[in-house]
Ligand binder design. Structure first.
Ligand code: NAD
Length: 499
């Protein structure tokens, strides 16, 4: 009987909901567990717990809340390897990649522990005669977070640590495909001293999400996932009066200029295209090579380097790339490779025939490389989210930039060049939220914020960093006068000003 993954409500592991879904080990194709799928009543119980915990937590001094985050960080560091093992077991990514994910999550917790400094607000003495004015950043109440499968531990840590450090309570709905690491992480927060109810975890699918989006007690929603779902969550959440940020999908282009250091660029591109099996919203699935000579050199070097890659279970030492997350996703990604061939792109490396000995039922697809990808093709337009890299040939930097700007997504991009002027022109003008120069995955550090442009983000504020402090708080501005004893003031009918 596979283990049944529960919810975490009011500080306790709980059942709830008649339905459950299989969780797979992607390296073997075996069912490793079953996850509860919460019904509306279960989600409402989690919201009620968060709602009840909010008043006391809101009034807890920020420094005490921050101390819980510091202790939580210590526990995360001690248990990082266990969390990484859970990620690899359910997601499939290689262990070193899972450890990297946990570390980036820990950095978000570290930043959340600075919340007292970040919440200090603004103060103006003598805004008028005897009048002082100040702005406070007050917590919202119950906040919900809905997260994707591809960073099952890190993306939740983008959200709830800063939300609770700011004084909110939280209900997290992790991906039902790999839910175990987020649950362990939440239990460590309780062990660190987070009061019961301040953080609840409900496992589930659309039914759970719909309940979070429509319950009047939920004040704000942070979502990360695919663009169609992000757009619908943004619309529904806003229609129900909630503050919503919904981060969506991506199709990130890397421009390689004729003067680039091709050896270093290709090494960077390999990791960015095939790390985590391409299942990253900041992955590079497209190379835009400027000039045919550049394209020929890049394709030849990529082909040679791909031949040296090792694909295997994420637990195997020396594996560079693991399997895709589920059978359904494997079929979808493989279908895109078939599609690219049918569309006339040149398949230079075909990973479709890969067999990993002893893991024949795993969801392994070898790295695939296309040359001569054209903007009209579906493999150019759509997010594949797998180990499929396409090379597009253009004649100039301006042509490369026009392509990037015309794409519906605007998450990340990068340029490889030795030319400072070209790099500066690119970073200044490109219509993309996160830009790298000789850096393939320009994922901002925890004290900056993460956010794409165009259809990669619905809402005004990005994830984590300073944007998170603003998203998880409401500004209140107070203007105060204490008249001196005995001073009588007449009515003033003109609009008050400082003239
Ligand atoms: P997904 O959209 O399928 O699921 C994300 C979450 O939404 C999950 O918790 C899921 O249970 C829930 N969900 C799915 N369908 C729903 C529906 N119809 N109604 C309500 N809730 C629903 O995404 P995924 O496959 O888990 O993750 C991969 C996607 O996430 C990719 O598109 C990737 O680019 C994107 N992503 C974006 C970022 C970013 O920061 N922009 C980061 C990571 C992943």
């Amino acid at each position: 009987m596979p283990n049944l993954i529960p919810h975490l409500i009011d500080g306790q592991r709980r059942d709830g909901g008649e339905r459950a879904a299989d969780v797979f080990n992607p390296a073997t194709g075996e069912v490793s567990g079953r996850v509860r799928l919460a019904d509306a009543a279960t989600v409402q119980a989690a919201i009620a717990s968060a709602h009840a915990a909010f008043p006391a937590w809101r009034n807890t001094p920020p420094l005490k809340r921050a101390r819980v985050m510091s202790q939580f960080k210590t526990l995360l560091e001690a248990r990082a390897a266990d969390i990484a093992k859970l990620i690899t077991a359910e997601h499939g990514k290689v262990l070193s990649d899972s450890m990297g994910e946990v570390q980036r999550g820990i950095e978000n917790v570290e930043y959340a522990s600075y919340a007292p400094e970040l919440l200090k607000g603004e103060h103006s003495r003598n805004a008028g005669p005897g009048i002082d004015s100040w702005s406070e950043f007050q917590p919202l109440g119950v906040v919900a977070g809905i997260t994707p499968f591809n960073f099952p531990a890190m993306v939740p840590l983008w959200m709830w640590p800063m939300a609770v450090a700011c004084g909110n309570s939280f209900v997290l709905k992790p991906s039902e495909r790999d839910p175990s690491s987020a649950l362990l992480v939440a239990e460590l927060a309780l062990e660190a001293g987070l009061p019961a109810g301040v953080l609840n975890v409900v496992n589930g699918d659309k039914e759970a999400v719909d309940t979070l989006l429509t319950d009047a007690r939920v004040q704000a929603v942070s979502f990360v996932g695919s663009t169609p779902v992000a757009q619908s969550i943004y619309a529904t959440g806003c229609a129900h009066g909630k503050r919503v940020q919904a981060l969506g999908g991506a199709k990130n282009h890397a421009v390689v200029m004729p003067d680039a250091d091709i050896v270093n660029a290709v090494s960077a591109l390999l990791g960015a295209a095939f790390g985590s099996c391409g299942e990253r919203c900041m992955a590079i699935p497209l190379v835009v090579a400027v000039g045919d000579a550049t394209a020929d050199a890049v394709v030849a070097a990529l082909k040679a380097e791909i031949a040296k890659m090792t694909v295997g279970p994420g637990t195997a030492s020396g594996a560079d790339m693991g399997p895709l997350v589920t059978r359904a996703h494997f079929d979808k990604v493989r279908g895109y490779v078939d599609q690219g061939v049918a569309e006339g792109a040149k398949l230079v490396v075909d990973g479709r025939g890969l067999r990993v000995a002893g893991h024949e039922k795993g969801y392994f697809l070898g790295p695939c490389l296309f040359d001569h990808v054209k903007p009209g093709m579906r493999i150019y337009q759509e997010e594949i989210f797998g180990p499929v890299l396409g090379v597009v040939r253009v004649a100039s930097l301006d042509e490369a930039m026009r392509l990037i700007d015309a794409h519906e997504y605007g998450n990340g991009t990068c340029i490889f060049t030795r030319d400072g002027e070209a790099a500066r022109y690119f970073t200044d003008h490109i219509q993309i939220g996160m830009v790298g120069v000789n850096v393939p995955l320009p994922v901002p550090v925890a004290y900056h914020s993460f956010g794409g442009w165009k259809r990669s983000l619905f809402g005004d504020l990005g994830a984590y960093g300073p944007d998170a402090v603003r998203f998880y708080t409401r500004r209140k501005t107070i203007t105060q006068r204490w008249p001196s004893a005995g001073v009588r003031e007449g009515a003033v009918f003109a609009f008050p000003s400082s003239r």
